[in-house]
Design a protein around this ligand. Sequence first.
Ligand code: AMP
Length: 124
Amino acid sequence: MNSIEESIFSRFASGEIRPDKIRYEDDDMLAFDDISPKAPTHILILPKKPIQSIAQMEAGDTELIGKMIYRAKVLAEEMGIAESGYRLTINVGKWGGQAVPYLHIHLLGGQPLNEDIEHFSHGE
Ligand code: AMP
């Protein structure tokens, strides 16, 4: 993993560059489509405050992370996947599968999600 400062999500959060498809933005967070979707709906939600991962989360970040989870819930409703169900995932560190060293929540849904969601690709 690169450093948090070098990560592309850092540049998204600061507004230096914009992700392709933004789904939600406010002063606290940014939500956008994953560039390599693992399900028909695959949105990433990241805080504007730079936090590398849940491992670096502090006690004062609980409200922020709570707001991000609430936003995932609202986005799921907006995307029409709330009733069928969806998955929120946060990968933490190397063995947790975190590729980008900037905290983000995955919102996945739109099809039944088995444990092996890595094998999903559009059109299958
Ligand atoms: P993780 O493995 O939890 O760190 O997830 C990183 C996610 O970021 C992966 O699902 C990637 O497909 C996604 N990703 C990487 N670069 C971009 C980008 N430029 N725009 C949108 N999503 C990205």
